[in-house]
Design a protein around this ligand. Structure first.
Ligand SMILES: C[S@@+](CC[C@H](N)C(=O)[O-])C[C@H]1O[C@@H](n2cnc3c(N)ncnc32)[C@H](O)[C@@H]1O
Length: 256
């Protein structure tokens, strides 16, 4: 995500939290963005969960100097019922976790919030992204460029035998929070403006995947498409000061 957007979303969560203490905090889908922010908060302790060894290593390195004895990094899967069983946290953060679940526990999305419910003592914050790789092509040129990048990226991931992320709309989240024993107390969307860093990072995912394709002709054709799309998207983003497309959302909920 663009840094400016992440700062806005975390500032919004801080405003929603107000004077409530953060207490023991669970970062249910950790990564560099969320753990950096958590490091700036007055928590009693934190636990950071990830399903990926790479993310665990990154978070371990980032927090090496500041991690307290009670702070933990846990490599596990929410689909495993024993993960953090019987633990409770004052604050739970699910920061871009829902969209990533497809890669770690496909079909588990409908059970994610019920899984987090017994772990949540006071507040759950869900940060997510409305789906932007929609079925129909968007009419607006900037939105369409991001849609094309997303579709090309996901097509290459699928061809390489991987599962792309799957984002869910804010309404879906609110509905599933209610079904999972939570009461949503605040929900807000934030417009996204994607910049050069996003364009480069998403298209950089292609090369290692295309290297694995047996059909070298197809790999070369897809790499050429990616090059052309990168040039077009970067030029348009430079012209317009970014590519406006879709929304992030922050939803706060409390156990019912
Ligand atoms: C988009 S990434 C990280 C976003 C992170 N909050 C940040 O700021 O960079 C999603 C995270 O959720 C984790 N995750 C996704 N599905 C999971 C599952 N079923 N069990 C445990 N962790 C999962 C991933 O391993 C990853 O750490």
């Amino acid at each position: 995500m663009p840094e400016a957007a992440a700062t806005t979303l975390f500032a919004h969560i801080e405003a929603l939290q107000g004077d409530l203490p953060w207490g023991a905090l669970l970062d249910a889908g950790t990564g560099s963005g969320s753990i950096r922010w958590i490091g700036s908060l007055a928590t009693e302790r934190w636990t950071a969960v990830t399903g990926a060894e790479g993310h665990a290593r990154q978070v371990r390195d980032l927090t090496a100097a500041t991690r307290r004895t009670a702070d933990r990094i846990v490599l596990g899967n929410w689909a495993d019922p024993t993960l953090l069983a019987d633990e409770r946290y004052d604050t739970v953060l699910a920061d871009y976790l829902l969209g990533a679940v497809e890669g770690f526990a496909p079909y588990f999305q409908t059970r994610l919030f019920a899984r987090l419910r017994p772990l949540t003592a006071k507040r759950l914050y869900v940060v997510g992204l409305d789906p932007y790789v929609t079925l129909d092509p968007p009419d607006e040129p900037a939105t369409r460029l991001i849609w094309r990048i997303g579709r090309l990226r996901d097509a290459c991931l699928l061809l390489a035998g991987e599962r792309p992320y799957r984002e869910y709309p804010a309404e879906w989240v609110i509905d599933h929070l209610r079904r999972s024993g939570f009461e949503p107390i605040a929900a807000r969307r934030f417009p996204i403006r994607f910049g050069a860093r996003f364009i480069e990072a998403q298209l950089a995912m292609l090369a290692p995947r295309l290297a694995r394709l047996a059909d070298r002709g197809l790999a070369t054709a897809l790499a050429a498409q990616a090059d052309a799309l990168r040039a077009e998207a970067l030029a348009t983003a430079a012209e317009r000061g970014g590519l406006a497309c879709g929304h992030d959302y922050v939803i706060a909920a409390e156990p019912r």
